[in-house]
Every structure is written in structure tokens, then in C-alpha cells.
Design a protein around this ligand. Structure first.
Ligand SMILES: C[S@@+](CC[C@H](N)C(=O)[O-])C[C@H]1O[C@@H](n2cnc3c(N)ncnc32)[C@H](O)[C@@H]1O
Length: 279
């Protein structure tokens, strides 16, 4: 049984990771194509009520608002929500920003027509708890769409480099990239009345060169910053840097115009069964 103190400490570490270890506002624009893919998949009706869980600086929330949807955007990290608010003001769209935890969504059951999350809910440590929350706040007949990095793709392989240089996660905190494994997701949704669909996709990080990509990530990515910090303390900084660079080269599908580091993700759709009509 996980205690409240353990969960609070985990959440505090997540807030520090996303809010201050790197510069997430610089990373987010590179992930916008995934938010667009998710909105295309959801094809929401104008005026629908949609929740974006773990919105970060609001990529999916903004894309949805531009599509005429009424959006609530929730995240654990206040600093990122603040940046999302500024983006929404600049775009002239109205979004309801809420600080909260994906494992304890502060909404009544069946509040939303759809619930989405781009590389977000995967970071909540107890996957079954978070999954049950997504289902609870979505109305019968509604849809849940989640994008998650795959364990065998670029991001999953980066996580295994991280495991060599960072303290082990608590046993109850499942690996985020398990949300990118179809079988795991089928087990998570098994207790719920949903029909699941899966599509494997790839995001390309386009940079003039792999070395340019590495330099950018070392500066802005919280994961890179933490790995290098941990490796430095172990006296293994060069080893970590070389492993990350080799991984980026391995996933580069670019050409003479530049590098395109491909990161695979799973796009999950869960359609909730409508409630049975009363005779
Ligand atoms: C990789 S970022 C993705 C942000 C955004 N969805 C995007 O596409 O740019 C991961 C986000 O998950 C948030 N997060 C992590 N654990 C969370 C939790 N338990 N509840 C809510 N948000 C969480 C972080 O604060 C961060 O904003």
C-alpha cells in the first residue's frame, strides 16, 4: 500500500522535474504535431466539453480550443499552467486551467464528452488508478484519446539510459512507457466498458544535425539535464553523453537537409459504451 506521504513526495519530484529541471516551454513546440494528430483523431464537435490531462504548457488544449471545443486543461505543475495561460491569452482563446493530479481528478463523474492526454497521464505512477479516473470523468458514449511513448522507441530507450544514472523509481511507480505497450493498456482498461483502438505513430524531431539536437536537448530537456547531472556525480558524464548521442544517431531518419530523430508513440482510443436506454 502506497502512503499519502510517498505519493506527495512523488508528485513534488514530478513538479520539480517538469517545472524547473529543464525548460519545457522550449520542448513543447516540437511535440505540437502530436497534439494536432490527437485532435484529428478525436474530431470533436464544436462546443464539446473536453479535458486535457497533464496539459503542460497546453499544446493539445490550445489545438482543441482553436477547433471550437470548450477545454479544461489540468496539470500538476503550476509553472507550466502559467505558461499555458499566457499562450491562450496570446491566441485569444478561452481555456479553464486547473492545477491537479491525474490520479485524483477534481471533477464529478461523466463531466466531459472526451478526455485526452499527450505524453501526460503516462507519468502518473499508478496506471490503473489514473486510467480509472480518465474513464470516471468521461461521459458514457464519450471518448478517451491518449498518446504515449513506446518502450522500444527512442523515448523508452532513453529511459533505460536514465536508469543507469538516476536513483531507482519506487516499485509502485510503474514505468511511464508501459502506457505505450498495447497489452498493458488492454489490462488497464479491462475493468471498464470501453472499445479500444491502437495506432503506432512516429514524431520526428527535426534539427539541422544530430549534434544540434543533442546540444538543444542537453540545454532544455529535463530528462537530459537530470541524466547528465546524475552521471556527473558518478563520474560517468562522457559515457552518458555518448550513449544519448548514439541513440539519437540510431533513430535519425534525416537526409542532406538535416536530421529527423524519430520517436515512436502509441495513439490509444477508448470509446466508452453508451448507457443502456431505459425501456
Ligand atoms: C512531457 S510533459 C507533456 C505536456 C503536454 N501534454 C504536452 O504535450 O506538451 C508531461 C506533463 O505531465 C505532467 N504530469 C506529470 N505527472 C502528473 C500527474 N500525476 N498529474 C497531472 N499532470 C502530471 C507534468 O507536469 C508535465 O506537464
Amino acid at each position: 500500500m502506497t502512503t499519502r506521504d510517498e505519493l506527495d513526495a512523488f508528485c513534488a519530484a514530478q513538479r520539480a522535474l517538469w517545472g524547473s529541471a529543464g525548460d519545457y516551454a522550449a520542448i513543447a513546440p516540437h511535440l505540437e504535431p502530436v497534439a494536432d494528430a490527437l485532435v484529428e483523431r478525436l474530431a470533436p464537435s464544436p462546443g464539446a466539453e473536453v479535458l486535457d490531462v497533464a496539459t503542460g504548457t497546453g499544446n493539445a488544449a490550445l489545438a482543441l480550443a482553436r477547433a471550437g471545443v470548450r477545454v479544461t486543461a489540468l496539470d500538476l505543475t503550476p509553472a507550466l499552467l502559467e505558461q499555458g495561460r499566457c499562450r491562450a491569452a496570446a491566441d485569444g482563446v478561452d481555456i479553464d486551467w486547473v492545477e491537479g493530479d491525474a490520479e485524483v481528478l477534481p471533477f464529478a463523474a461523466a463531466t466531459f464528452d472526451a478526455v485526452v492526454s499527450v505524453f501526460g497521464v503516462m507519468f502518473a505512477p499508478r496506471h490503473a488508478v489514473a486510467c480509472a479516473e480518465l474513464v470516471r470523468v468521461c461521459r458514457p458514449g464519450g471518448r478517451i484519446v491518449v498518446a504515449a511513448w513506446t518502450p522500444e522507441g527512442y523515448a523508452g530507450r532513453m529511459a533505460s539510459i536514465a536508469s543507469r544514472h538516476l536513483p531507482a523509481r519506487p516499485r509502485w511507480a510503474l514505468a511511464p512507457t508501459s502506457w505505450g505497450d498495447e497489452e498493458h493498456v488492454r489490462r488497464l482498461f479491462a475493468p471498464h466498458p470501453v472499445e479500444l483502438g491502437f495506432e503506432r505513430r512516429r514524431l520526428d524531431y527535426c534539427f539541422p544535425s544530430v549534434e544540434g539536437f543533442q546540444a538543444f536537448m542537453e540545454h532544455h530537456s529535463a530528462v537530459y539535464v537530470l541524466i547528465l547531472h546524475g552521471a556527473r556525480e558518478q563520474g560517468r558524464e562522457d559515457e552518458a553523453r555518448q550513449a544519448m548521442l548514439a541513440l539519437a544517431h540510431e533513430h535519425d531518419r534525416g537526409d542532406e537537409r538535416g536530421a529527423a530523430i524519430g520517436a515512436d508513440y502509441l495513439l490509444i482510443t477508448a470509446a466508452l459504451q453508451p448507457t443502456e436506454r431505459q425501456p
